[in-house]
Design a protein around this ligand. Structure first.
Ligand code: SF4
Length: 420
């Protein structure tokens, strides 16, 4: 009997690579997935790949011609939604941005970008899941609920079959599925999260000057007492890991991300600590890597002057749409039109709806040219970046003749080059 093959699940950024599927079975079903992963593999699949030009079905060549013409006619094209593409397709998108003097960005919105700003300001001390699993004796989940967002994370980093004890601590504003299985839950409101970090850092600073000088409890405020308890946990660890999410995912900037990076740096003067962001933004980490390696900037890169430029979020997709600085858009999305426009602010939404669109999508959406994408890891192959920045190749479960986005983007690039 043939063994089931191993596949990678793209249901979340944990990318579990031990999913067993027998693709020869007529109604295959995945083994080792969590509920989220099972939902991912149960998505309805289209049996044929169809492309559209102005709402009418078209051959791939016709759609490529129309897309290339739209890009040639545009004075300031915008390319975005790279987080929905494989690494190979992200690389192809950047090549198009380079020759068409386009602006290119990883996602559609300005929100949730705090970790990249922190990385630029403070750098990062991080580790792979394997290192956390084999070395960490304290894992702190900071304002996140991996039992919901990355359901198999604890099983991956805290295996039950080792003798090593690993303490799980949650810091957050409410009880969650993760607090139920944690060894300890420290409750603090989201508004006080930053103040707590400031207190922890200041207590650590005095501790490193005079190693026995943690303040007496009776002269401390509530937040200082909480900080004091947290400091005791932190300095008691031989190898600690702080796994976090942005406290307010809706904001562009999040001072707690910077503060966590600073905290991890100071903890490394006393013991060993690493930080890892539990990203929930699909393949955005790979998109940041591709843009950083290709252009020198990890997001919101403008090629209008013939060379890459970046200035904070000035050239982000949302800003370009809001300020009407783009006159055509090429994007990838796995959302329906209504879900997609809901993510944009009012002004950005209006301009998005007004300009010519070239879409790579799993849904049928109103666009001048639409290329149909498959579902990554099921009927589309390609690389993705795991949350600890490790690239994993995803293969198709079902063989098909679909042309992947990277091949279509390369055809568009060749067409653009032929008309230069
Ligand atoms: S934890 Fe994430 S990657 Fe792993 S099986 Fe569940 S959804 Fe898939």
């Amino acid at each position: 009997m043939q063994k089931p093959e191993k596949f990678v699940c793209a249901g979340c950024t944990l990318l579990c690579d031990d999913i067993e599927i027998d693709p020869r079975a007529a109604n295959w079903s995945p083994k080792n997935t969590c509920a989220l992963g099972s939902q991912y593999f149960a998505q309805p699949l289209s049996s044929t790949q169809t492309h559209f030009v102005d709402g009418e079905t078209a051959t791939l060549e016709q759609a490529v011609q129309s897309a290339s013409q739209l890009l040639r006619e545009s004075k300031s094209p915008l390319i975005c939604g790279l987080d929905q593409l494989s690494t190979e397709a992200q690389q192809a998108s950047w090549k198009i941005a380079d020759i068409s003097r386009a602006t290119i960005d990883t996602t559609f919105t300005n929100r949730g970008r705090s970790s990249i700003f922190s990385l630029q300001k403070t750098g990062k001390v991080t580790a792979t899941l394997g290192e956390i699993k084999s070395r960490s004796d304290l894992v702190i989940f900071w304002f996140c609920d991996p039992e919901v967002t990355h359901p198999r994370l604890l099983e991956r980093i805290n295996p039950q079959n080792t003798n090593r004890s690993q303490r799980i601590l949650v810091v957050g504003d409410q009880e969650t599925a993760t607090t139920k299985i944690a060894d300890r839950f420290i409750q603090v409101s989201a508004e006080n999260a930053f103040e707590l970090l400031v207190n922890v850092r200041s207590q650590l600073a005095s501790l490193s000057k005079t190693p026995t000088s943690l303040p007496a409890k009776d002269c401390l405020s509530d937040i200082e007492i909480t900080a004091n308890e947290l400091v005791k946990e932190l300095v008691g660890a031989k190898y600690g890991s702080i796994l976090y999410q942005q406290v307010t995912e809706n904001s562009q900037f999040d001072p707690t991300s910077d503060s966590i990076s600073e905290l991890i740096r100071s903890l490394n003067d006393i013991t060993r600590f690493i930080g890892l962001k539990l990203r929930t933004d699909d393949n955005a980490q790979s998109a940041e890597n591709v843009l950083a390696w290709s252009s020198g900037f990890p997001f919101a890169v403008n090629h209008n002057l013939g060379h890459p430029r970046q200035h904070g979020l000035e050239f982000s997709a949302e800003s370009m749409l809001q300020t009407k600085q783009c006159d055509a858009i090429l994007f990838a999305s796995r959302l329906s039109t209504s879900e997609l426009v809901k993510r944009l602010s009012g002004a950005a939404r209006t301009h998005f709806q007004a300009i010519p669109k070239i879409a790579f999508s799993t849904h049928t959406i109103p666009a001048n040219v639409q290329f149909q994408m498959g579902i990554h890891g099921i009927n589309e192959a390609g690389e993705r970046c795991r949350l600890d920045n490790l690239s994993l190749p995803l293969k198709k479960v079902e063989p098909n003749e679909w042309v992947p986005p990277e091949a279509i983007l390369e055809k568009i690039r060749q067409n653009l080059l032929a008309h230069l």
